[in-house]
Design a protein around this ligand. Structure first.
Ligand code: NAI
Length: 322
């Protein structure tokens, strides 16, 4: 059995082991694969794993031996699932491996926006405390979470876990999800007030995005939504970059119409140097790492291997073919 991992570097740059995967066949792991080399590298493989390397119709049509594509992520938009289905190729993903890690990143950004831990620590390292006249100093307003209202857009696995953490901090929690109250998603978790998007954007002190990227949610946060927000409010995006109109967000921040933003995802990754959010006022950007704690990556790899074993046993799991 020939197994090819097209872009293993971000999942495992050396702190995890490929052994369980290697036990399943002849396994080649490429750190990254340029688009032009995808077909040559995957040629003859029955099993191909990809994280962000595109397997479109053109590639799939040329890979005659291919029987299985394992996506090393939850989002599987890098694979043309329809083309794979037509060829009888099973496509799987890895859901839910990173929920706790994403929640942690949401609160890392929120804590940073409300207390500026990194910037204050930097000021101390530069000698500001030693030169201070007083026993303490702060450069930014310090804000207590329990005084804040959080608005959650998308109350799925991550949104619900964020809601629980926000409640534990004593925050008021509002949420919008089209499935809320429809019966299929059931009632909102305790303490969560379901509202429409207008109320959510107007009343929240922090809005956090946890809906998937779809044609409906693309640029969900545009100039109109940003103008609905309080000038003291924050936006946190750990969902997907294109959920936000980045130029409109940069403008709102630079014009003090919004107090700050914490962003883990951008519309193009890696971003071009002139992305308008890079350098925007009080905009803190992390390089798409909410998913990447070692614990979450280990769970991801474990599930990816279990997915292959289940497929080989004739009982595939986490299949995304429609
Ligand atoms: P999920 O599928 O459990 O929840 C998504 C929720 O969004 C569902 O309840 C759905 O009804 C809701 N939704 C759908 N359309 C909506 C709309 N128009 N407005 C508001 N809500 C809508 O997904 P999960 O596991 O909670 O993940 C959410 C997103 O987080 C993923 O789609 C992914 O893009 C992102 N993510 C980011 C990571 C990172 O490293 N930054 C890591 C993992 C996920």
């Amino acid at each position: 059995m020939k197994i090819v991992v097209l872009d293993g570097h971000t999942l495992n740059s050396g702190d995890l082991s490929w052994e369980t995967l290697e036990a399943l066949g002849t396994c080649t792991v490429y750190p990254r694969t340029p688009a032009a080399e995808t077909v040559a590298r995957a040629e003859g493989a029955e099993i191909v794993l990809t994280n962000k390397t595109i397997l479109g119709q053109a590639e799939i049509e040329r890979l005659a031996a291919l029987r299985y594509i394992g996506v090393l992520a939850t989002g599987y938009n890098v694979v043309d699932v329809e083309a794979a289905t037509e060829r009888g190729i099973t496509v799987t993903n890895v859901p839910a491996y990173g929920t706790d890690s994403v929640v942690q990143m949401v609160f890392a950004h929120l804590m940073n926006l409300t207390l500026h831990v990194g910037q204050h620590a930097q000021a101390v390292a530069e000698g500001r405390w030693s030169r201070s006249e007083d026993f303490c100093f702060w450069d930014y307003p310090l804000i207590e979470l329990s005084d804040m209202t959080m608005g959650i857009v998308g109350l799925g696995r991550i949104g619900q876990a964020v809601a629980r953490a926000a409640s534990a901090f004593g925050m008021r929690v509002l949420a919008y999800d089209p499935l809320l109250g429809s019966g299929s998603a059931g009632d909102p978790p305790e303490g969560v007030e379901p509202v429409d998007l207008d109320r959510l954007f107007r009343e929240s002190d922090v809005v956090t995005l946890h809906c998937p990227l779809t044609p409906d949610t693309e640029r969900l946060v545009d100039e109109r939504r940003l103008r609905q927000m309080k000038p003291t409010a924050y936006l946190i995006n750990t969902g997907r970059g294109p959920l936000v109109d980045e130029a409109a967000l940069a403008e709102a921040l630079n014009a003090n119409r919004l107090a700050g933003a914490g962003v883990d995802v951008l519309s193009t990754e890696p971003p071009p140097a002139d992305n308008p959010l890079i350098g925007a006022k009080n905009c803190h950007i992390t390089p798409h790492i909410a998913w990447a704690t070692q614990a979450a990556r280990r769970r991801l790899l474990d599930t990816a291997v279990k997915n292959i074993k289940a497929f080989l046993a004739g009982n595939p799991q986490n299949v995304v073919n429609r």
